[in-house]
Design a protein around this ligand. Structure first.
Ligand SMILES: Cc1ncc(COP(=O)(O)O)c(C=O)c1O
Length: 438
C-alpha cells in the first residue's frame, strides 16, 4: 500500500495511545540546551530531560562533535573476540566514577538490556561458584526495569505485565514502599517505611534463601511515580542480602549520573550493591547505550576455566559501539567540566521549595522530591484514573513545558543545567496549569 511519506500511520509508537496521539500529534523537531522546538515553532522548556536522560541538556557541542568525529573515523567494530580502544576507555571511565570494587563494565544498548544482562550475570555467577540452585530473582511491586522478559518479570507495574503471559518462573516481589498516609509531603527521604525491607526475610523463609540469586530494586523508583526510599530501607535490604549470600542489584538507569545530586544513588545513600544497571544519562541520550557494572567478586568469579573458554555467553552486536563510546566519554567530560552532579545538589533546595510550593493547588494529594526529581500526585478522577494527570500533561505542553505523567502522578526531572529562573518558570507554569484542571 502506498502511504504518504508524511503519514503518521507506519510508526507504531512505544508506550503511546497511538490513535489518540495521531489524532492530535505533538512533534518535536529540534532541541538545544534546556529547550525543545515543537513542530509549530514554539520553545518548550524541558522539565523531564527528555525521558530522564539528557542530563546535560540537548545537542551539547562537545558531545555532538565527538559523535561526528567518531562516525568518520571508525563507524563500527565488533567487540566479540575483537576490540577497539574507545570501548576500553569508556568502561574504565565508568568504573572510575563508582566506588572501588565495582570495577567491571559490560556494555549494552538500553536500560532493558542492562537489566536482563545483570540478571543473567547473577545466575551465571552463582552457577560458576557451585551454587547453581540459586535461580530465583526478587523484584519489587511498582518497580520498573524495562521491557525485556527478565526486566518485566522482576518489574512490578501491573499494566505493563498484563498483556504478556506468565513471564519468567521463580520470581517474587517485595512490597512497594509508597505510603501516602504516613509520608505525604515528605521532603527528601520519608521517615516511615524501612520495615518494608523485612518482607524480604519472609519471602526468603518461604522459598529458602539458598535458592535466591538476586534482589533488584531501583534505589529511587522513577517510572512508577517517584518513590523515594524511606530512611534506612536500602541499608536493611543490603544487610539481609549480604547475610544470605544474595546479590543486590541497583537499577540506576534513572538515578545515575547526577539526578539525585550525587554521581549515583550509591553515593547519595551510601549503600553499595553488587551490581548496578545504567543507561540514559550515560551518553546524555545522544546515542543509545547501557551498561552493567559488576563487583570484582562477581567478575573474578566468572573468569574461570581454560583461558580459551568464553566466560559469559552473552553480548550484543552493539555492545561498546564506537559512536556510543565516543558519546559516553564526551558526556562524562562535560559532566565533570561543568561540575553538573554538584550543580544538581546545589539546585536541589530551590527545586524542593518550588515543587512543594504546589501543595495548595487543586487535587494535589502528595509531593515528594530528592535531588532534581519531584513527584506530584493528584487525586484520580472517580472512575477515570490517569485522565487528570494526562490533561495536565497536554495543557502543560500547550503552555510551553514538558512534564511526564504516570497514572495520576506528574514527574519532574529537568536537565541538571536548569537555571534557578527556569526552575521558577517550570513550576510557575505547572501551577497555572493545575489551577485549570478540574
Ligand atoms: C529504572 C529503569 N530501568 C530500566 C529502564 C529501561 O530502560 P530502556 O527504556 O532504555 O530500555 C528504565 C527506563 O525508564 C528505568 O527507568
Amino acid at each position: 500500500m502506498d502511504a504518504p511519506v508524511n503519514s503518521l500511520d507506519a510508526f507504531w509508537m512505544p508506550f503511546t495511545a497511538n490513535r489518540q496521539f495521531k489524532a492530535s500529534p505533538r512533534l518535536l523537531v529540534a532541541a538545544r540546551n534546556m529547550h525543545y522546538t515543537s513542530h509549530d515553532g514554539r520553545q518548550i522548556l524541558d522539565g523531564t530531560a527528555g525521558l530522564w536522560c539528557s542530563n546535560a541538556g540537548h545537542c551539547r557541542e562537545p558531545i555532538v562533535r565527538a559523535i561526528q568525529r567518531q562516525a568518520q573515523t571508525l563507524d563500527f567494530a565488533p567487540t566479540f573476540q575483537m576490540g577497539h580502544p574507545l570501548a576500553f576507555e569508556a568502561a574504565a571511565r565508568v568504573a572510575h566514577l563508582l566506588p572501588p570494587g565495582l570495577d567491571h563494565v559490560f556494555f549494552t544498548n538500553s536500560g532493558s538490556e542492562s537489566v536482563d544482562t545483570a540478571l543473567k550475570i547473577a545466575l551465571a555467577y552463582h552457577r560458576a561458584r557451585g551454587e547453581g540452585q540459586r535461580t530465583r530473582l526478587i523484584g519489587r511491586e511498582r518497580g520498573y526495569h524495562g521491557v525485556g522478559f527478565g526486566g518485566l518479570s522482576v518489574g512490578g507495574i501491573g499494566r505493563n505485565r498484563a498483556q504478556f503471559g506468565t513471564m519468567l518462573p521463580g520470581v517474587d516481589h517485595l512490597p512497594h514502599t509508597h505510603d501516602v498516609a504516613r509520608n505525604a509531603f515528605s521532603r527528601g527521604q520519608p521517615a516511615h517505611g524501612a520495615e518494608a525491607a523485612d518482607a524480604l526475610e519472609r519471602i526468603l523463609a518461604l522459598h529458602d534463601p539458598a535458592t535466591v540469586a538476586a534482589v533488584i530494586v531501583e534505589p529511587l523508583a522513577g517510572s512508577t511515580g517517584v518513590l523515594v526510599p524511606p530512611l534506612g530501607y536500602l541499608e536493611r535490604l543490603r544487610e539481609i542480602c549480604t547475610r544470605h549470600g544474595i546479590l543486590l542489584i541497583f537499577d540506576e538507569v534513572i538515578s545515575g549520573f547526577g539526578r539525585l545530586g550525587a554521581p549515583f544513588a550509591v553515593d547519595r545513600f551510601g549503600v553499595v550493591p553488587d551490581m548496578l544497571t545504567l543507561a540514559k544519562g550515560i551518553t546524555n541520550a545522544a546515542v543509545p547505550m547501557g551498561a552493567v557494572v559488576a563487583s570484582n567478586q562477581i567478575h573474578d568469579g566468572l573468569m574461570q576455566g581454560p583461558a580459551h573458554a568464553i566466560e559469559l555467553s552473552h553480548g550484543y552486536t552493539y555492545s561498546g559501539h564506537p559512536l556510543a563510546c565516543a558519546a559516553l566519554i564526551a558526556t562524562l567530560d562535560l559532566y565533570a567540566d561543568e561540575d553538573l552532579f554538584a550543580r544538581a545538589a546545589s539546585l536541589a533546595p530551590r527545586f524542593e521549595e518550588a515543587a512543594h510550593g504546589l501543595r495548595d493547588c487543586p487535587n494535589v494529594i502528595d509531593i515528594r522530591n530528592l535531588g532534581l526529581v519531584a513527584g506530584i500526585e493528584l487525586a484520580p478522577r472517580p472512575g477515570a484514573p490517569g485522565t487528570r494527570a494526562y490533561d495536565a500533561f497536554v495543557a502543560a505542553y500547550e503552555a510551553g513545558i514538558l512534564i511526564r505523567v504516570t497514572g495520576d502522578i506528574i514527574a519532574i526531572s529537568p536537565p541538571l543545567i536548569i537555571s534557578e529562573a527556569q526552575i521558577d518558570e517550570l513550576f510557575g507554569t505547572l501551577r497555572n496549569v493545575l489551577q485549570t484542571i478540574a
